[in-house]
Design a protein around this ligand. Structure first.
Ligand SMILES: [Zn+2]
Ligand SMILES: [Zn+2]
Length: 74
């Protein structure tokens, strides 16, 4: 049962890519938070949080280490 390696590709033009909304759900960077992140750390623009409250709390608890490093890069 050897497959015939001779298949002719037919271009129908029906292979339309549907450009739907990308699954861009970004989880809040705060450890115990599962909300969708909407606020970006204005210092490094890498960390994202669902709210300024989460950003503030996680920034001092965790992100400050990474974020400071980014700032020193300048
Ligand atoms: Zn959050
Ligand atoms: Zn940051």
């Amino acid at each position: 049962m050897a497959p015939t390696g001779h298949m002719r590709a037919v271009m129908n033009g029906t292979n339309k890519l549907v450009n739907s909304q990308p699954p861009d759900f970004i989880k809040c960077f705060a450890k115990d938070c599962n909300n969708s992140a909407t606020v970006m750390c204005s210092s490094c623009t890498i960390a994202m949080y669902c709210s300024l409250k989460c950003q503030y709390e996680d920034w001092y608890n965790n992100h400050i280490k990474h974020c400071e490093r980014m700032q020193k890069n300048k």
